[in-house]
Design a protein around this ligand. Structure first.
Ligand code: GDP
Length: 297
C-alpha cells in the first residue's frame, strides 16, 4: 500500500497531540519535528518540507489554535489542511474544448505507464462523461507500443488511429485530427513516444506535435514509485512543454509518497489522476483532501 510508512509515522505523531487539553509551543515544536522527519523519510522534496513545516508552525502556535477548546485537534486540522493544499487543494477537472474535439496529449518517460493510461483515460471519459474518444498511436520508436494501444482499443471497442512505425509522429497527429473531425470523436488522446531519460530530440518532437494539434491538456504520466526522480522529470517536462497536469501511476504499489506530495509544489501543476493498478478501470480522479485523510488516518 502506498504511503504506509508515512501514514504510520504521522498517525503516531498525531496521537500524541490530539487529546491534549493544552498545547504548548514546545508540543508544536516536537510535533513539527516529527512530521518533518516523516516527510523527508517519505522522500518529499526538502524545500517543500521546509515551507510546509514553516506554515504549519505559524498556524499551530496562532491564537485560533492555542485558545480553542480542543487545541490538539485544531493542530491536526491545520496539518491536514496544509497537506491538502500541498497536493493542490481542490480536485482539478479535465478540460473540455469550446469546439470538439478536445485534444489531450500524453507525455512521459518510457515505462511510466503512458500507453496504459491512455486506454484508462479513454475508458474514464466514456464511462463517466459519455464521450467517444479516438486514440492515436504516435509512439513510432517502440514497435510494441502501437500494438499495445491497438490491443487496448480492441478491449475497449474504441478506434485507434495509427500509421505504423514509418510515418512521422507530427503527420500522424495531424491526420488523426482530421479523422476525429470526420468521425465526430469528441476527444482525441495522443500517446506519444517516451525515452529512458529526458532528451532534447524527444522534447523537440513533442513541441512539434503540440504546435500542430494545439492540445487542450498535456498530461505528464509519471511513476509514483520513482520518488524524487518523478519530481525532477515533471520539472523538465513542464519547463519544455508547459504541461497542464500530472497523472501519477502505480499508486497501488508501496511508494513512499514523495512524488505525490511534492509535484504540485514544485511544478505548480495539479495531479489530475492516479493510476491504482494495471487494469483499464483502475484510474481515479486525484482528490487532494481524500489523499490527505488517507495519510493522516
Ligand atoms: P509506457 O512506456 O509509458 O507507455 O508504459 P506502459 O503503459 O507500457 O506501462 C508500463 C508498465 O506499467 C505496464 O506493465 C503497465 O501495466 C504498468 N502500469 C501502468 N500503470 C500502472 C498502475 O497504475 N499500477 C500498476 N501497478 N502498474 C501500472
Amino acid at each position: 500500500m502506498a504511503f504506509e510508512g508515512l501514514a504510520d509515522r504521522l498517525q503516531d505523531t498525531i496521537k500524541k497531540i490530539t487529546g491534549k487539553g493544552k498545547v504548548s509551543e514546545q508540543d508544536v515544536k516536537e510535533m513539527t519535528r516529527e512530521v518533518r522527519l516523516a516527510l523527508l523519510e517519505a522522500d518529499v522534496n526538502f524545500k517543500v518540507v521546509k515551507d510546509l513545516i514553516k506554515r504549519i508552525k505559524e498556524r499551530a502556535v496562532g491564537q485560533e489554535v492555542m485558545e480553542s477548546l480542543t487545541p490538539g485537534q485544531q493542530v491536526i486540522k491545520v496539518v491536514k489542511e496544509e497537506l491538502t493544499e500541498l497536493m493542490g487543494g481542490v480536485q482539478s477537472k479535465i478540460a473540455v474544448a469550446d469546439r470538439s474535439p478536445t485534444v489531450i496529449m500524453m507525455v512521459g518517460l518510457q515505462g511510466a505507464g503512458k500507453t496504459t493510461t491512455t486506454g484508462k483515460l479513454a475508458n474514464h471519459l466514456r464511462k463517466k462523461h459519455n464521450r467517444s474518444p479516438l486514440l492515436v498511436a504516435c509512439d513510432v520508436y517502440r514497435p510494441a507500443a502501437i500494438k499495445q494501444l491497438e490491443t487496448l482499443g480492441e478491449q475497449l471497442s474504441m478506434p485507434v488511429f495509427s500509421m505504423g512505425t514509418e510515418a512521422n509522429p507530427v503527420d500522424i497527429a495531424q491526420k488523426a485530427m482530421e479523422q476525429a473531425k470526420e468521425e465526430h470523436n469528441d476527444y482525441v488522446i495522443i500517446d506519444t513516444a517516451g525515452r529512458l531519460h529526458v532528451d532534447s530530440d524527444l522534447m523537440e518532437e513533442l513541441e512539434q506535435i503540440k504546435a500542430t494539434v494545439k492540445p487542450d491538456e498535456i498530461f505528464l504520466v509519471v511513476d509514483a514509485m520513482t520518488g524524487q526522480d518523478a519530481v525532477n522529470v515533471a520539472e523538465s517536462f513542464n519547463e519544455q512543454l508547459d504541461i497542464s497536469g500530472v497523472v501519477l501511476t502505480k499508486l497501488d504499489g508501496d511508494t513512499r509518497g514523495g512524488a505525490a506530495l511534492s509535484i504540485k509544489a514544485v511544478t505548480d501543476k495539479p495531479i489530475k489522476f492516479a493510476g491504482m493498478g494495471e487494469k483499464l478501470d483502475q484510474l481515479e480522479p486525484f482528490h487532494p483532501e481524500r489523499m490527505a485523510s488517507r495519510i493522516l488516518g
